[in-house]
Design a protein around this ligand. Structure first.
Ligand SMILES: Cc1cc2nc3c(=O)[nH]c(=O)nc-3n(C[C@H](O)[C@H](O)[C@H](O)COP(=O)(O)O)c2cc1C
Length: 273
């Protein structure tokens, strides 16, 4: 039987987001699809861009990200649920999803994805768009509904009175169950998942042979890669300019799983994002 992971990215375990996810879970059950609502902890840390996951296949921070990564093969679809905070998803869900999807991108391909947001009044579609980005960069087909997947409320009771919002959740679950069954039927009939080409990383304009990865210097592509290095003053790290997953994996995991950033003066190589 197919199984759907429903991630509750609200600090409230049984709040509005949970109420929307529960509506999805109940409809999935009726449609013969298993599901699990997973509440992520409030102290989820953000990505440190340490490169550990590329080398070790898991995140350097030991929390829910690795717990769910261990279980990823159980799930055929993932739903990200979040309250709307300042017209975006919660910090918790972004911290979680950045690391969850970054450290497991290849394993996500082919699973279905959907986002669900809960707001009191406004900003739902901006938050919804932001969450959908996790799926659409990972070869995960998005499941639609009759409206953008949002419920309205300040309390779970409000959400229970948002009839159209809850119907949107049920329709989403029906579509998800239907698509999961279609995919399974296709698999049984011999339709395989696509075999993708090796991923190209072009940084839009610079041919790979001329890139050093240093976006600090607009003209760095004019320098041959062999002559252009990174001064290592830490500035690049702040804006995500550290080396590629393969190239600069000079991190030092500690016993606790914390990671020491690369020492200064290291050369930059291509960043893969
Ligand atoms: C820090 C913060 C920011 C919020 N920003 C918004 C917002 O931009 N728009 C909105 O309609 N509601 C906003 N809200 C209200 C919540 O999104 C809303 O109550 C939501 O349904 C709570 O879901 P939950 O019970 O699952 O946490 C905000 C709440 C908090 C705590």
């Amino acid at each position: 039987m197919a199984k759907v992971l429903l991630i509750n990215g609200s600090p409230k375990e049984h709040g509005c987001t949970y109420t929307a996810l529960k509506e999805i879970a109940e409809t999935l059950t009726k449609e013969g699809v298993e599901s699990e609502i997973y509440h992520i902890k409030n102290d989820t840390a953000g990505c440190r861009d340490c490169g550990y996951c590329a080398k070790k296949g898991r995140c350097s921070i030991k929390d829910d990200v690795n717990v769910l990564a261990e279980r990823l093969d159980e799930f055929d679809a993932i739903v990200l649920g979040s309250p709307v905070y300042y017209a975006g998803p919660s910090g918790q869900v972004c911290a979680f999803a950045d690391r969850f999807f970054y450290s497991n991108a290849a394993r996500m391909a082919g699973k279905l994805g959907a986002s669900v947001v809960s707001c009191r009044r406004g900003g739902a579609s901006a938050a919804f768009d932001r969450l959908n980005k996790y799926f659409t960069i990972c070869n995960m087909p998005l499941v639609p509904s009759q409206y953008w997947n949002q419920v309205h409320g300040f309390t779970p009771e409000d959400v229970r009175r948002d009839e159209e919002g809850l119907q949107t959740m049920r329709t989403l679950a029906q579509n998800m169950a239907w698509l999961l069954k279609c995919i399974n039927a296709g698999r049984m009939a011999g339709t395989e998942k696509p075999v993708y080409e090796p991923h190209l990383w072009t940084h839009f304009i610079m041919p790979p042979s001329e890139r050093c990865g240093c976006a600090l210097h607009p003209a760095c592509h004019l320098n041959p890669i062999s002559q252009h290095g990174y001064e290592g003053d830490g500035f690049g790290q702040d804006i995500g300019l550290r080396g590629s997953r393969e190239g600069n994996a000079d991190f030092t995991p500690t016993d606790e799983g914390a990671v020491t950033p690369p020492s200064s003066g290291k050369r930059l190589t291509r960043r893969r994002f």
